[in-house]
Design a protein around this ligand. Structure first.
Ligand SMILES: [Zn+2]
Length: 482
């Protein structure tokens, strides 16, 4: 009997240790993304990235593609971007899908497609887990792409209401455009910045104060020294040393958010989209290169925590129907011409407005605009003009400067100039086209966009997937339940 008990006892011990052995063999320490970088190039399709790579090589006098940091990430896949009610998506619907993992309708921010219930972003889950969260963009922090990570509104144009929801997120860092419509559309409501301050946020104003921070002083909203239309940071092509490039902002944000519980950083290159809406290749390419330098900063950080970091780079959609080739240039490219362009389309437009206000009071001639075209774009100087080009420029001059041509945004005008100032748009598009870049639209396209990844679970970002799958894969990498 005693022997039997001993034998049984020994058997139990043996079985237990075997099962412990099997258990521990089955459970290697699961890799977990403690540091997550989610880079969203707004409007950044494959053409935008490839144009930047070909431009960099052309600058060295070479015909090839100089790989950007993002092209060195080991995994690349493709993602569809459509909304529930339209094949060609918008930043609100695509952003909601990228943030929450659920598709929604056009213009909807963080809600289902019938706009009856909220959809929560993966950053909300990361924050609840104790990670620090940073929401970074070059456009206003209540614009569609950043908004989908913290707000729930039926319309992306509810900028004021979106801004009021921002402090409820409790996220640690917002930057570094401003708040659009901070006092409402009619400028008569309580200031959304004050609301953020009374809810525990500190406003950090400008590069000097931001870069001098040794550690994050609680929850912060960082605003660039100089803001442009719609409270965006100036385009990199227009920046002065007072402005921060996105890459510097991200580098500093990494230092501030780094902590033992980890962080989640969403970085939007918002101005890539804006440049492509005005078919401005030089500005778009320079935005892509700066966005890519921010990705480089994340890759540097990753070297310190290779087992615990995940970097994902994608886009919400493509903008402009950009192509490396066009009918005018046939088989030729001359991307170096883009180097003569010194300003973005909005700044060129300002220069034309100043010209109109100062030189055209008593009538002005087409030829008088050439010093601006020469200086800002190299047009008519380093970039020679044909008779056809001059005729096109003259028509646009008459539409927008002397108003000899009625410019009422009818269908024909829209095809020529979009919603923009005719002369600025035509002149910039001319530089793009002579460089060999093509455009098909002033709006977005439905073409699938690349996803690139490195780090925890990187192999899962491979293949042809839908945008709703991307946040689910990121959650899985963070080991947070869906
Ligand atoms: Zn977008």
């Amino acid at each position: 009997m005693f022997k039997k008990i001993i034998t049984r006892f020994a058997l139990v011990i043996i079985l237990q240790s075997v099962s412990i052995f099997i258990y521990s063999a089955e459970l290697p320490t699961k890799p977990k993304a403690k540091y997550v970088f989610y880079f969203i190039g707004d409007g950044m399709g494959l053409a935008q990235v490839s144009a930047a790579e070909a431009f960099l090589a052309a600058h060295e006098g070479q015909i090839r593609f100089e790989p950007l940091h993002m092209s060195k990430l080991p995994v690349i896949g493709l993602s569809t971007t459509y909304a529930t009610n339209r094949l060609i998506t918008c930043s609100a619907a695509a952003g909601t899908a990228l943030a929450s993992g659920f598709k929604t309708s056009i213009n909807t921010i963080g809600m289902n497609d019938s706009r009856t219930s909220p959809l929560y972003s993966i950053t909300t889950k990361a924050k609840a887990k104790g990670m620090k969260v940073g929401i970074i963009t070059t456009v206003s922090i209540n614009h569609a792409t950043p908004a989908v990570f913290y707000a729930h509104r039926p319309d992306r144009n509810d900028y004021y209401e979106i801004a009021l929801q921002l402090p409820e997120s409790g996220f640690d860092l917002f930057g570094y455009g401003g708040i659009k419509d901070a006092k409402g559309k009619n400028n008569d409501l309580a200031d959304a910045y004050d609301n953020a301050v009374s809810n525990g946020y500190k406003i950090i104003k400008g590069q000097e104060e931001f870069l001098s921070l040794k550690e994050i002083p609680g929850k912060i909203i960082v605003v660039n020294d100089r803001l442009e239309d719609d409270e965006s940071v100036p385009f990199i092509i227009d920046q002065t040393p007072k402005d921060m490039p996105l890459s510097r902002f991200v580098e500093k944000s990494i230092q501030l958010l780094d902590n033992p519980e980890g962080f989640f950083m969403m970085v939007e290159g918002g101005l890539i989209d804006w440049a492509c809406h005005s078919n401005d290749a030089a500005s778009a390419i320079k935005e892509v290169i700066d966005f890519d330098m921010a990705i480089g900063a994340a890759m540097e950080f990753m070297k310190l925590h290779p087992e615990e970091t995940l970097i994902v780079v994608t886009a919400d959609h493509e903008t402009g129907g950009m192509a490396l080739g066009n009918a005018l240039m046939k088989y030729e490219s001359n991307l170096n011409l883009l180097s003569y362009q010194k300003v973005s389309q909005p700044v060129l437009k300002q220069h034309f407005q100043e010209f109109r206000n100062t030189k055209c009071k008593n009538g002005c001639q087409f030829e008088e605009i050439f010093p601006i075209l020469n200086k800002d774009l190299g047009l008519g100087k380093e970039i020679p003009l044909t008779g056809y080009d001059s005729a096109q420029l003259k028509l646009a001059f008459e539409a927008s400067i002397t108003k000899k041509m009625p410019y009422d945004n009818d269908e024909n005008n829209y095809l020529l100039y979009g919603d923009e100032e005719p002369l600025a748009v035509i002149a910039i598009k001319m530089v793009s086209e002579k460089s060999g870049i093509g455009w098909t639209t002033w709006a977005h396209t439905a073409i699938p966009v690349p996803i690139r990844a490195k780090g925890v679970n990187q192999e899962k970002f491979d293949g042809y997937i839908d945008n709703t799958k991307i946040p689910k894969l990121i959650l899985e990498a963070m080991d947070i339940p869906q």
